[in-house]
Design a protein around this ligand. Structure first.
Ligand code: ARG
Length: 467
């Protein structure tokens, strides 16, 4: 504290005579949250200003006291912003640190701020405001990532690559189509974010300790002042639940899992064996001993951050699962999980957006790989159904024999002489070569949501109109 006097006071001493001395060192250590909840200072001050303004409007405190409180809180805000504020662990948390400083600055009027509220609704408010802002940031970040993918998808609507199942070459697809798969995933993540913002858009302040208050407060007024749609409807639920934090963590875990799969693909694609992409220097590192190496560290770290985010979700679920209503101090453990997950997710999205924008696509390598592994075998089977009238099961069998022949000769399907194809099935004509190339294969898959460049372009346009 700037004046030094409240430095020696503990939070217990601030509220009365029941506690003869301050908590001992271990109690202070386990109890204090200021080390991490100082992050909530701006939200705490905003909440207090809205609360004091409402108290004065309702005639619960005088306009004069309200002015002193608001002025004092503004001063504290700039003290914290500028780094001049001294946080004290003896004062436990951000709420008591600010209140103690307010008392030092404005005297007895400070004691009126806590009328008709409790730290229980105060912390629920601060944290909800913080999570809501974080969700809004996440929404923006995801929009940026989707935009990066749309640009790459457009650029590579016709670039063929192998599509995989079991990481075995399955059928040729376009790289644009593969990019659009991620657009769908991150688009759903963003929809979840929007939905969560709507869910949590209710103001907790005024629920007080758990039962509401006898003071004639106006919770609709504070809700409006703080940018919430309306006040929460049950004071017990308001101070008990943290599902807004759990929802944030679940969304973060799903999005991080999507990012991790993408990171894993980048790691695989950037190996010399695959060589589908070349990472920019900005998102890779060299080896201290092997000069030829370029390591996809950023992608690996995105993959690893997912472990932290998923861990945070499980940690908070576990904290909450045994708690009787209403508030228990266990809930103080909600913040670090959310802060850590938020930081990891923000960083992971930013790194991935950068990588997607920067990465060099090696279309020649993708195309060569797309043609290997008999990836157009299904096209041959489909052709036999369409052009030669075979039942699909028979066509599958014929195609199997054709693949075995190519394997035996060590060549691609398109390199097999017509006579040898006809020896397997006499209905085959030279028109079959038209479907055996990877370009013909992808161009033919025009079903809604399919990989044909024409269809991919349609889906890009649909997303562009919504991003
Ligand atoms: N630091 C506390 C938390 O984060 C604030 C609420 C304290 N409330 C209480 N009844 N002790 O949960």
């Amino acid at each position: 504290m700037a004046d030094g006097s409240s430095e020696t006071k503990s939070s217990n001493q601030m509220w009365g005579g029941r506690f003869a001395s301050g908590p001992d060192a271990i109690m202070e250590e386990i109890n204090a949250s200021i080390g991490f909840d100082k992050k909530l200072y701006a939200q705490d001050i905003r909440g207090s200003i809205a609360h004091a303004t409402m108290l004065a409007h309702q005639g619960i405190i005088s306009a004069e006291d309200k002015d002193k409180i608001v002025h004092g809180l503004d001063t504290i805000l700039s003290e914290i912003d500028s780094g001049a504020f001294e946080f004290s662990r003896r004062l436990e948390d951000i709420h008591m640190n600010i209140e103690a400083r307010l008392a030092a600055l404005i005297g007895p009027a400070a004691g009126r701020l806590h009328t008709a509220r409790s730290r229980n609704d105060q912390v629920a408010l601060d944290f909800r405001l913080w999570v809501k802002e974080e969700l809004q940031k996440t929404e923006k970040a995801l929009t940026g990532l989707i935009a990066a993918f749309l640009d790459r998808a457009e650029e590579h609507a016709e670039t063929v690559m192998p599509g995989f199942t079991h990481l075995q070459t399955a059928q040729p697809v376009t790289f644009g189509h593969h990019c659009m798969a991620y657009v769908e995933m991150f688009g759903r993540d963003r929809a979840r974010v929007r939905h969560a913002i709507e869910h949590m858009d209710e103001s907790p302040i005024g629920a007080a300790a758990l039962a509401g208050t006898g003071f004639p407060i106006d919770r609709h007024m504070t809700a409006k002042a703080l940018g919430f749609r309306e006040p929460t409807r049950n004071s017990i639920d308001t101070v008990s639940d943290r599902d807004f934090a759990l929802e944030f963590l679940s969304i973060a875990a799903i999005a991080a899992t999507h990012l991790s799969r993408l990171a894993e693909e980048i790691v695989i694609w950037s190996t010399p064996q695959f060589g589908f992409v070349r990472l920019s220097d900005a998102f890779s590192t060299g080896s201290s001993i092997m000069p030829q190496k370029k390591n996809p560290d950023a992608a690996e770290l995105v993959r690893a951050k997912t472990g932290r985010v998923n861990g945070s979700l499980v940690a908070l679920l576990t904290v909450m699962k045994g708690l009787p209503l209403a508030y228990s101090k266990d809930m103080q453990e909600d913040k670090e999980q959310v802060f850590d997950a938020a930081e990891s997710l923000e960083l992971a999205i930013a790194a991935m957006t950068g990588m997607i924008r920067d990465v060099t696509i090696r279309a020649d390598r993708m195309k060569a790989a797309a043609g290997s592994g008999y990836s157009t075998a299904t096209d041959l089977a489909d052709w036999l159904v369409r052009e030669a009238g075979l039942p699909f099961r028979d066509a599958h069998h014929v195609t199997g024999r054709v693949v075995a022949l190519a394997e035996q000769k060590g060549c691609d399907l398109a390199d097999l002489p017509l006579a040898e194809l006809q020896a397997i099935n006499s209905a085959i004509t030279d028109k079959v070569y038209g479907v055996l190339t990877v370009e013909a294969s992808v161009a033919s898959r025009t079903s809604f949501g399919g990989t044909a460049p024409s269809e991919v372009r349609k889906q890009i346009a649909w997303w562009r109109a919504r991003n």
